[in-house]
Design a protein around this ligand. Structure first.
Ligand SMILES: NC(=O)c1ccc[n+]([C@@H]2O[C@H](COP(=O)([O-])OP(=O)(O)OC[C@H]3O[C@@H](n4cnc5c(N)ncnc54)[C@H](OP(=O)(O)O)[C@@H]3O)[C@@H](O)[C@H]2O)c1
Length: 330
């Protein structure tokens, strides 16, 4: 095994299946996110550098344009390179179109899963996270059982869900499907998983994979002391997380949080982002944080997350910011 893999701790999602505690998020590689086209060569080199440092797990989705194919290329490149390398884990999502939910058939689900297998160039998908756009179309339990059948057939190793709330996840579990993870938004700005989801997951042996830990980049030194940005945000993620900042209490409250994170970061000799991600990783049931990765620019910085431990004084500084942000369940 590549010795650098030990720099990133791994967490077990199921017997014999572990993932990096920081997962490389693939949305930032997609045509949907970027304003500029991806520099494929630079990105591929960056992803391989991440893997070499121990960030061996990737998250993508069937709706992330071009990303399953790109990670398929990464798998091929990596596979051809060294025989004794640690395995990579590629997680995808099954996200049927909103328009298709009412009439989706079992054969459609098979076709979409086959397409992911083909794009990634694998015989079995490591983890498929199921998402349903509209709970008022009450077919998600039926569709989850079809995906579970594909798991039993060997096309899927592990089944998870994403953005499911407690009542709907309970319906799925009651139907005999056992997702290993729920991928949810969880950050210092968004505490929704604490209102029932973490407890439900504890009861049912489900783990959380947290996205949004950096709020698209807002939870980083770059925004400390800056005035609120206007309309011209650089990408769709920032537009989305800007709305979360509003729900958190607005730009001034957000700046107070950044100041507190910065004080903690300075005490420990790490970055604001390190503290924000460490906090998420320390929350109950969180197995890993999914951090957007288009390249390896933040690699060395992010490794510092794993040497950081938040003490009582740190948590006291963060206490005024707990349980804020969007209301309700995930
Ligand atoms: N299930 C879902 O519905 C869902 C929704 C959203 C995302 N996701 C998943 O979560 C992943 C992460 O997306 P996100 O929206 O949560 O973004 P994020 O990880 O909160 O933010 C990523 C952005 O933060 C900036 N950044 C600042 N400091 C950084 C650091 N130390 N390390 C890495 N990036 C840093 C980077 O922009 P700069 O490089 O410009 O600094 C990067 O593009 C996605 O790729 C996707 O896989 C899932």
């Amino acid at each position: 095994m590549n010795s650098s893999a030990h720099r990133v701790p791994h967490r077990e999602l199921a017997p014999g299946y572990s993932v990096a505690a920081m997962i490389n998020g693939g949305w930032q590689l997609s045509h949907g996110h970027r304003q500029q086209p991806l520099d494929r060569r630079e990105s591929m080199d960056g992803l391989l550098a991440l893997v070499d440092a121990g960030f061996t797990t990737f998250d993508c989705g069937d709706i992330y344009l071009g990303v399953e194919e790109f990670l398929g290329e990464l798998l091929a490149r990596y596979g051809a390179r060294e025989s004794a390398a640690p395995p990579l884990q590629i997680h995808t999502k099954f996200v049927p179109d909103l328009d298709s939910l009412a009439h989706l058939k079992r054969t459609d689900v098979q076709r979409i899963v086959d397409r992911s297998l083909k794009r990634l160039g694998v015989e079995r998908l490591d983890l498929v996270q199921f998402m349903w756009w509209d709970y008022s179309i009450h077919r998600y339990v039926e569709v989850a059982t079809w995906l579970d059948d594909l798991r039993r057939d060997g096309k899927i190793h592990l089944l998870g869900v994403t953005n499911f709330d407690v009542p709907r996840l309970r319906e799925i579990v009651d139907a005999g499907v056992a997702p290993v993870v729920n991928q949810v938004q969880y950050s210092m700005l968004d505490h929704r998983p604490e209102r029932g989801m973490s407890a439900f997951c504890q009861e049912h042996g489900i783990q959380l994979l947290a996205y949004g830990a950096l709020a698209g980049g807002f939870l980083s030194p770059s925004y400390l002391g800056l005035p609120e940005p206007g309309e011209s945000l650089a990408n769709r993620s920032l537009v989305k997380y800007h709305l979360i900042i509003h729900e958190f209490g607005g730009w001034n409250e957000f700046q107070k949080l950044l100041v507190a994170l910065d004080r903690i970061a300075t005490r420990h000799g790490v970055s604001v982002s390190n503290v924000a991600v460490r906090w998420v990783l320390d929350q109950p049931r969180v197995a890993a944080a999914i951090i957007g990765a288009g390249d390896a620019r933040h690699l060395e910085e992010n490794l510092r997350t794993f040497n950081l431990s938040l003490d009582e004084a740190d948590l006291e500084l963060l206490a005024p910011f707990s349980n804020r942000g969007p209301e309700g369940d995930v």
